[in-house]
Design a protein around this ligand. Structure first.
Ligand code: ACO
Length: 333
């Protein structure tokens, strides 16, 4: 990437979560679980959930609007909108098209990208290519999911883990001397598909009374397998990327891991030899918002001034597929 004509940089961030909070204590009333179990096994205290009629595109539009406002740009300044999600409003048209119309990005084209919890990193890497080739100047990259739309609220092993939310970043060409996005390492291993999936509703098992009766339109997972792969996956790819650029964890100002479970985050940080004070954590407030966790963390880090111009920041994710990856970037704002 260093050899390309121009680097891409993140020039703004934005986030949006629905107002309604669903606490562990609320869940205790509807499913056989406890606040104590959820806190100690996952680090989650509460999550946000959508109101009736609120869908993925609605959350995404709000997150994108905030990023545009922060940067002082209009929606008409956008060239491209990439949306990472596994919970689109509908199969088609794409969520990107719905957002494009609603926000008034009349000069932009767009598409959705599916890589579950790694969706934002896949999308960020994809968006950066359009800047680097010089064909696009302003790309919106959004991670948005309404996980509550695909949860079985009778299954305590999954329904306590997820929440709804959206995060957005703008990508623009870096100025001379700015590094911006330094490098991306992305991986997938389809052999992991059996451990985490939603089997119903696609062309293999089209929606029917039977697929509904068999709960095939909800998240199914082997939590222990995902847990094990996630720690190794995130830590090892981050380590590989740091080594490639001759950096150590001491050079990082902030590590932003996907927020699936505080124990996964802590174990991955330990495997990397990274101090917890450098790790972005908000799983206690939002749970796992799938493609949205990382851009939400970035928006909060910017709002709290936890990152400053010149800081080295590393992103890492692991999710269904399996998909995983890490991105190294220099903060330029
Ligand atoms: N409340 C109370 N008890 C529970 C709950 C709950 N909500 N959920 C499970 N249990 C019980 C189980 O039934 C089990 O009981 P048993 O021993 O009597 O059978 C016991 O708790 C222990 O279950 P484990 O599965 O061993 O618990 P573990 O410590 O592994 O934690 C968890 C489970 C939280 C799911 C963990 O494995 C995990 O976080 N895995 C990763 C999940 C993940 O990140 N998924 C999303 C990936 S993101 C994406 O791409 C969409």
């Amino acid at each position: 990437m260093k050899n390309c004509l121009r680097q891409a940089k993140i020039s703004a961030t934005g986030m949006y979560v629905p107002d309604h909070r669903l606490s562990n204590v609320d869940l205790e009333k509807t499913v056989d679980t406890s606040d104590q179990w959820i806190r100690s096994r996952t680090g989650i205290v509460e999550r946000r959930i959508v109101a009736n009629g609120q869908a993925c595109s609605h959350l995404a539009v709000e997150a994108l609007r905030r990023a545009l406002e922060l940067r002082g740009l209009a929606a008409t300044d956008l060239d491209l909108i990439i949306v990472a999600t596994v919970t689109p409003d509908m199969f088609f048209p794409s969520t990107a098209c719905l957002i494009q119309e609603r926000i008034g990005a009349t000069k932009a084209w767009g598409f959705d990208l599916s890589a579950a919890c790694s969706g934002f990193l896949y999308a960020l890497s994809t968006g950066a290519q359009f800047i680097q080739t010089g064909t696009h100047r302003r790309v919106a990259v959004i991670g948005a999911d309404v996980m509550t739309s695909i949860l079985d609220f009778k299954d305590r092993a999954t329904c306590v883990l997820f929440g709804d939310g959206a995060g957005a970043v703008l990508l623009e060409p870096a100025e001379a001397g700015e590094e911006g996005i330094i490098d991306c390492l992305l991986r997938s291993d389809g052999a992991g598909g059996r451990y985490l999936n939603m089997p119903g509703g696609g062309s293999l098992h089209p929606a029917s009374a039977e697929t509904v009766a068999q709960n095939m339109h909800c998240v199914h997972q082997d939590g222990a397998q995902v847990f094990k792969f996630a720690i190794r996956g995130m830590a090892d790819i981050s380590s590989e990327l740091l080594k490639k650029w001759n950096y150590s964890v001491d050079d990082l100002a902030l590590y932003v891991p996907h927020q699936a479970n505080i124990r996964i985050i802590d174990a991955a940080a330990e495997r990397l030899g990274l101090d917890r004070s450098k790790v972005a954590i908000n799983i206690d407030r939002y749970a796992n918002t799938t493609a949205a966790t990382i851009p939400i963390c970035l928006a909060e880090a910017q709002a709290d001034q936890r990152v400053k111009k010149g800081d080295l920041v590393m992103l890492a994710s692991f999710g269904a597929g399996f998909t995983w990856g890490s991105i190294l970037l220099r903060w330029t704002m």
